[in-house]
Each structure stands twice: as structure tokens, then as C-alpha cells.
Design a protein around this ligand. Structure first.
Ligand SMILES: Nc1ncnc2c1ncn2[C@@H]1O[C@H](COP(=O)(O)OP(=O)(O)OP(=O)(O)O)[C@@H](O)[C@H]1O
Ligand SMILES: [Mg+2]
Length: 321
């Protein structure tokens, strides 16, 4: 824990708007924590300070026509938060390292991989991966709401896509075309089928012609809905799966850190198999909340089991409907 004098100095420097002093105290706390063996916390503090030093572009308003269709954020996720098989993590790392070394590649007439398709079960880390890439590269993160585009701008989607690709060209960032399959779910009439085809075809053309410096990431729950022709336009296709037993154990450890008590996580495995990372994370969060609200310090197994069962019940009844 930081000392009392660290805390009071932090508060003081904040109100006196003394950024330099604030940063110095943060670094003192990091050093103090490292000395006490809390290396991860020390590294985390150091990383936040490093990131804040880099000059960030001021958030500019997005083109009016795209308001509500494109969200701009600066996520703070870390690659170490992502729990996926090693091979998958390496491929995410490759996207990051090729971007960072693009000059080296260009000297040999090579391009970094920057058009990526993410596919897999809901809640397994696709959106998280895209936001991690943005955070690790210190780039703004833009999410394009495909679902809204199709429902709200039926008939105008190709024009909207053109505007989005113009934005991609002029504003360097990580662009996530999230939930592609949402387009598929609106195929209720013949007209809608035609509209969806047009959207996909426009997207194919735009992505093919894009020579910007931005990273373009598309995510889908349902590869089957997408045309094979789409895959060829991407530099890489990454597949996401439900967590393995080892990954579930790691997720529990991370999510319950500080609240885990003496619990034997392995005994929970049969209950957790088949749930996604997102569902397990949510159950842990629910259990922590319940623990805090009942003035306890550690999550008890019964509470966690109850929260997992609640999640499962919600999931099952949703599937039955
Ligand atoms: N692989 C993972 N490792 C660690 N946490 C994860 C992982 N996948 C999901 N989570 C947790 O679940 C949350 C939701 O995950 P995310 O939005 O990335 O899922 P998704 O694959 O995009 O799902 P969807 O297909 O429904 O959009 C994350 O913010 C994170 O807290
Ligand atoms: Mg998602």
C-alpha cells in the first residue's frame, strides 16, 4: 500500500494542478510497490505514467453525418488481460509489432498486416482484442455500429460506408466493424437480403482499395454468414473459442484477485465448462459485489456458485425462447 504521505501529496498535487509533482509521486509509489514485491502493480503504474506522457491528439468531433454510427474512445486494456491460447496471442502480438515496425517493412516493400477478421463465440474476447490493439498502439479506437447502420440507414449504407472509409483514411486509428452478423439477422424480407449483399459488396470494395495507415478489424459471431470472398480481403483471420479448463482457472484468478480467499478453483470447473470468458467474468464481478455489499472480505464459494448458476439459468432460458 502507498504510504500516508504519498496519498496526501497525490491529493495535494491534484488540486494544485501540479502535473509534474503528481507524476513524480506516482513513480515513487511504483518504486515503493516494486520494493515490496508488488511487481505487477509497479509495472502497471509505470505503464499508465508512460502512456500519459505521450501526446494524445485532442478528440475532434466526428463528421456530423456519422454521429451515432461511429464511437471514438481511448481504451486502456492491456495485452496481459487477454486470456487466449498462446498461438492466438502471438498473432495479436504480430499485428502490434508489424505496426510498430512498419518503416522497417516498407524499406523492403512490405506492408504491415492491418486488415484483420476476428471470428468466434460471443464473449470470447473479439471486441476486447481490438481495443487492446488500440491501447497498446496508443491509437484512438473507433467502433462502427453496423447494426444501426443497416436498420437506421437502410438504402444509404453504401454511402455511409464511403464516409467511414474516408474517415479511416484521414484519421489514423483502429477501426472495429463490430458484429457483422447483425447485418445477417436483418434479412427478414427480400429487400433486406439485397441490401445486405450491397453492404457486403461495398465493404469488400472499400477494404480492398484502402491504403490508409489505420488498422481495420471486423468481428463476427458467425463466419458462415460471410461470403468466402470476404476472407481474401483480410491479412489475417483469427478464431476465438470458449475458454479451456486452464484458461478458466486463469480467468478466475484474475477476476477474483484480492477477493479469492482459500477457494479451490478446480472444483468449480464442471460448473463453468461451456460458459464464455464474458459470462465467467460477469459471475465473478457479481460475486465480488455481493461480497462487498454483505461486508465480507473474501468471496465465498457458495456465493460464486450461486452467481454462476444465475448466469447459466439466464443463458438457458434465453436459448429456450
Ligand atoms: N479472452 C478473454 N480474456 C479475458 N477476458 C475476456 C476474454 N473474452 C472476454 N472477456 C471479458 O468479457 C468482456 C466481453 O468480451 P468481448 O466484448 O471482447 O467479447 P466478444 O467476443 O466481442 O463478444 P460478442 O461476440 O458478443 O461481441 C470483456 O470486456 C472481458 O471483460
Ligand atoms: Mg464484440
Amino acid at each position: 500500500m502507498p504510504t500516508a504521505s504519498h496519498i496526501t501529496s497525490l491529493i495535494k498535487s491534484h488540486f494544485e494542478k501540479d502535473d509534474l509533482r503528481f507524476t513524480t509521486i506516482c513513480l515513487q509509489i511504483a518504486a515503493h510497490e516494486a520494493k515490496n514485491g508488488h511487481k505487477t502493480l509497479a509495472d502497471d503504474i509505470q505503464k499508465i505514467v508512460d502512456r500519459s506522457k505521450q501526446i494524445r491528439p485532442v478528440l475532434r468531433p466526428i463528421n456530423r453525418d456519422l454521429e451515432g454510427l461511429v464511437l471514438e474512445t481511448y481504451p486502456l486494456h492491456k495485452l496481459s488481460d487477454l486470456i487466449v491460447p498462446r498461438q492466438l496471442k502471438e498473432r495479436v502480438e504480430r499485428v502490434i509489432s508489424e505496426y510498430l515496425q512498419v518503416d522497417k517493412l516498407r524499406r523492403h516493400n512490405l506492408e504491415n498486416r492491418r486488415k484483420i477478421l476476428l471470428s468466434g463465440n460471443p464473449g470470447t474476447g473479439k471486441t476486447m482484442t481490438a481495443s487492446i490493439i488500440a491501447a497498446e498502439l496508443n491509437l484512438p479506437f473507433y467502433t462502427i455500429l453496423m447494426d444501426k447502420m443497416v436498420t437506421k440507414f437502410m438504402g444509404e449504407t453504401s454511402a455511409k460506408l464511403r464516409q467511414i472509409f474516408e474517415l479511416i483514411n484521414v484519421r489514423k486509428g483502429v477501426y472495429l466493424f463490430d458484429e457483422f452478423d447483425a447485418i445477417g439477422s436483418h434479412r427478414s424480407s427480400e429487400n433486406d437480403v439485397g441490401e445486405m449483399r450491397r453492404v457486403l459488396n461495398s465493404f469488400l470494395q472499400f477494404i480492398e482499395h484502402d491504403t490508409s495507415e489505420s488498422l481495420i478489424i471486423a468481428a463476427t459471431n458467425n463466419l458462415g454468414l460471410l461470403d468466402q470472398a470476404l476472407f481474401r480481403r483480410f491479412d489475417d483471420v483469427l478464431h476465438y473459442y470458449l475458454p479451456s479448463s486452464q484458461e478458466i482457472l486463469l480467468l478466475l484468478k484474475n477476476r477474483l484477485a484480492g477477493f479469492e480467499g482459500e477457494m479451490n478453483f478446480k472444483s468449480l470447473l464442471p460448473l463453468l465448462e461451456g460458459l464464455s470468458h464474458a459470462e465467467i467474468s460477469q459471475a465473478c464481478l457479481d460475486a465480488i459485489k455481493e461480497t462487498v455489499l454483505s461486508d465480507k472480505e473474501k468471496v465465498e464459494k457458495e456465493i460464486l456458485v450461486k452467481m454462476i448458476e444465475n448466469r447459466k439459468a439466464a443463458y438457458i432460458s434465453f436459448n429456450v425462447i
